[in-house]
Ligand binder design. Structure first.
Ligand code: SAH
Length: 467
């Protein structure tokens, strides 16, 4: 299938349009909507068609577009095409469109037949415009409905007043370039500006305050970076928070470990440095102190350091330890919570964590064994009915865990489940009881990461009828 080829086949660029000639062939509503789009770029728009819809007629009367009132004759087109920056074909005659497209191609004039990417040499992306800021979304002409949906999503996350901010930055650009010739120093200044009150002022159009803030930043040349401790959720990028996404786009460097999937890392700014600090294949983990030291060293050198962790950083994530070290070293930090494995896995497996009938509490525990291979847990508070027990890192010790829960009073047929690679497309849910689960898990060859959920809620598992 062409769509699955590893090449996109299309490359988005931004064309200079002011004062250039554009030809639209066709006089209906589609031609009118293209004419609107093109007039707003400052291009000189000519519409070639024997008749015009009322909207185009109005545009002609207003002097916004020039009307060439004649039937389209392929032979006569050659001259008219010469020097056109773009040609749009918006007639409803596909054969005619194809013939004109061939002439355009022969003359090397870019041509777009509306709704017919196969004969076009360019396509029009879905556009989000805020003043000079333009975001173009293309699906290579294959899924325009999807492109429009994405446009709505982008519209929603863009702040109001973005055009003010863009205008301000554009107005200050030359001045700043002269004052700070070093590109990366300039970039850092702008990044700090965007993070601070100056950008907020610009967004609401308060240019005087924005200018003051920018000047303040220029005189305050203490280099100090920051560490952002961010939860990346259980693996599925859909579960990233907006705050996580924003910081992933802003960071200079990201320190991440095993649970952070490649799909998630894709959302980190492309030119940010990536440092893996998790368990290596030889099972050797970078000691926590080294990680703390690295975070501090980089922040003190002025970097914006993203410490990206699976799930939530404060749940079995050693986030607390890292922040203590930062606070001690006087390094500023921010923390962004993430969806923890318990929430993500439970939701994607359809197992509620509490239930009015059978689980009035939910306990998160770690099944990680101590150095001597044993589990030190308060079994009497764990092996209780009327609660759900979620066990992180419980796969290796699953046999012992189940045996202890039975030994401390839970019935052998007490429901229990394991969710493997929860929230990801390859998620598997293995349901059983305390007596049967270890053998089932071995049988299914369940691998880490996997989360154990124990309690009657497992019996209340719900699966949507259409899935
Ligand atoms: N801070 C993380 C937990 C880190 S401990 C959080 O809040 O989720 C690592 C354990 O989390 C794994 O051993 C596993 O038990 C669980 N886990 C993390 N992601 C998981 C996933 N996608 N599916 C199943 N379990 C997961």
């Amino acid at each position: 299938m062409q769509g699955l080829s590893k090449h996109t086949g299309w490359f988005p660029v931004v064309l200079r349009m002011q004062g250039t000639r554009v030809l639209i062939v066709g006089g209906g509503n589609i031609a009118a909507s293209k004419a609107h789009l093109l007039v707003s770029t400052g291009a000189r728009v000519e519409v070639l068609s024997a008749s015009l819809c009322s909207e185009l007629e109005r545009m002609v009367v207003d002097g916004a577009v020039h009307h060439v009132a004649q039937d389209t004759c392929v032979q006569d087109l050659r001259l008219r095409l010469a020097g056109c920056r773009l040609v749009y074909l918006a007639t409803n005659d596909r054969d005619l469109n194809r013939d004109i497209a061939a002439v355009c191609k022969a003359q090397n004039v870019p041509v777009c037949a509306v709704d017919d990417p196969a004969i076009s040499t360019f396509i029009t992306p879905a556009l989000v415009t805020r003043g000079k800021v333009q975001i173009a979304i293309s699906t290579g002409g294959t899924a325009p409905v999807l492109a429009r949906r994405l446009r709505t999503m982008v519209e929603r996350i863009l702040p109001e007043g973005l055009h003010h901010l863009a205008n301000f930055m554009s107005a200050m650009r030359n001045e700043l370039r002269q004052q700070i010739p070093d590109t990366s120093a300039r970039r850092q200044l702008w990044e700090r500006f965007l993070d601070g009150k100056g950008a907020q002022a610009a967004l609401v159009g308060d240019m005087a305050e924005a200018t003051r803030k920018l000047q303040e930043l220029q005189t305050d040349n203490t280099v100090c970076g920051e560490v952002w401790l961010v939860g990346a959720g259980p693996g599925n990028p859909d579960l990233l928070t907006l705050a996580a996404l924003r910081l992933m786009q802003d960071a200079d460097v990201v320190l991440y470990d095993n649970l952070v999937s490649p799909e998630i890392l894709n959302y980190v700014r492309r030119d940010a440095e990536r440092v893996f600090v998790g368990k290596k294949r030889n099972r050797h983990t970078l000691p926590q102190e080294n990680i703390n030291h690295e975070l501090i060293r980089r922040a003190q050198a002025g970097q914006r350091v993203l410490r990206l962790k699976g799930g939530d950083p404060f749940i079995f994530g050693r986030g607390g330890e890292e922040l203590e070290a930062l606070a001690k070293a006087n390094v500023p930090f921010r923390i962004v919570p993430g969806i923890s494995a318990a929430n993500g896995c439970a939701a994607y497996a359809g197992i509620p964590l509490t239930h009015r009938d059978c689980a009035q509490a939910c306990l998160f525990i770690t099944g990680h064994a101590r150095a001597d291979g044993t589990l030190m847990l308060a079994w009497n508070t764990i092996a209780l009915k009327n609660q759900t027990v979620v066990i992180y890192m419980g796969l290796t010790m699953l046999g012992q865990l189940c045996a202890q829960l039975i030994a401390h009073g839970l019935p052998e047929n007490w429901p229990a489940a394991v969710v493997e690679k929860g929230t990801l497309p390859e998620q598997r849910v293995c349901e059983g009881t305390l007596a049967t689960l270890p053998a089932l898990v071995a049988d299914w060859q369940i691998k880490s990461p996997a989360l154990v959920i124990v309690g009657e809620v497992v019996r209340h598992r719900v699966i949507s009828p259409r899935n």
